[in-house]
Ligand binder design. Structure first.
Ligand SMILES: [Zn+2]
Length: 332
């Protein structure tokens, strides 16, 4: 689900036709959520299609950062409970100080940021709604310079300013509503089937004993409750893992946006943006089997390095006009 005028459909999971889009107008979404959705949509969050000032792209948003931050609080606490965090200042202090510089580069220096270094040799990092940045020790060891750590931090901050989590949750909410609509219809169909089966038993008959009437009615009621149970099961299955699917599998579009935003924030924070190219080249050479978050979502590292290089070169060519957007040069 994207905005109707946004033609970037490359990574839409929900393939929504025109009728369905009409069905997904705001009032119905609010009604559907009020009827049992996991999230309540508050008025200011209901921005629908809004242009993101950082990416310049239209976004379909049904939730605000505040709500997501609440949802993410428990995920963050759980992550820290499950994996030991490092108190080693060579890691945490370093991350915090680079982090606050990059956040200032993104005009987010006045906001509260939370950092954690997980004591694990994984080459991975993530950001949760509410400015919570998690780094694994392995990632910090892999990025040898402050600039390279700034590149990863910039990327994570890009997910925040790009409002990628909110966009993904909104897409999932919309998708869920479509399917919920579908299960409601399926429920109705099942109900109809029960009724026509019962009707077939009495069709054309003038005399039905009391016992048989009772039996038919019972059969009909059992059939209905079975239909109801099936519908409920389907809904429960769809409602599970709402948060689970949000943070890790960002789309390629989001990953690319974050890469470019990250380079921009690095530059604004006074780091060398070319170090992001270096980092991705190094990632490309590194042939670990377990791929970090950055690598798991489609764009291959050497391609990311090349895109970043082209983007940075282009910003430099623009001179004083540079570094204001994440527009890429034509034919790159
Ligand atoms: Zn990412």
């Amino acid at each position: 689900m994207t905005c109707i005028h946004d033609h970037d459909h490359a990574h839409d999971h929900a393939n929504v036709d025109k009728d369905t889009q009409e069905m997904l107008n705001r009032r119905r979404i609010v009604q559907a959520l009020a009827a049992g959705g996991a999230l309540t949509v508050s008025a200011p969050a209901l921005s629908g299609c809004a242009t993101n000032p950082e990416t310049g792209k239209k976004q379909f948003l049904l939730v605000g950062e505040g709500q997501l931050s609440q949802m993410a609080a428990s995920s963050w606490a759980e992550a820290k409970r499950k994996t030991p965090t490092s108190r080693d200042p060579r890691y945490l202090d370093r991350l915090q100080s680079i982090g606050s510089r990059v956040a200032r580069g993104a005009n987010k220096g006045s906001e509260q940021w939370d950092y954690a270094v997980f004591d694990q040799d994984t080459k991975n990092a993530f950001v949760l709604p509410g400015n919570r940045v998690g780094f694994y020790k392995g990632m910090m060891d892999f990025a040898e310079t402050d600039d390279q750590i700034a590149a990863i931090l910039g990327h994570e901050v890009g997910h925040v300013t790009g409002r990628h989590a909110a966009e993904r949750v909104s897409q999932q909410m919309a998708g869920q509503l479509v399917v919920q609509g579908g299960t409601a219809i399926a429920g109705q169909q099942l109900g109809k089937k029960c009724r026509s089966e019962a009707e077939a038993l009495i069709a054309g008959r003038t005399q039905i004993s009391r016992e048989e009437q009772y039996r038919i009615r019972r059969g009909y009621e059992q059939c209905l409750s079975g239909a109801h149970r099936k519908t409920q099961l389907l809904n429960a299955a769809l409602g599970m893992g709402f948060m689970v699917g949000v943070v890790l599998p960002y789309s390629r579009k989001h990953e690319t946006q974050s890469d470019l935003l990250g380079a921009k924030y690095m530059h604004k924070a006074g780091y060398d943006p070319y170090q992001s190219v270096k980092l991705w080249e190094k990632m490309a050479e590194n042939n670990t089997r377990r791929q970090p978050e950055f690598m798991s979502t489609h764009p291959d590292p050497s391609r990311r390095a090349r895109d970043l290089y082209n983007y940075i070169k282009y910003q430099e060519r623009l001179g004083s006009q540079g570094w204001e957007s994440i527009a890429m040069p034509k034919n790159s």
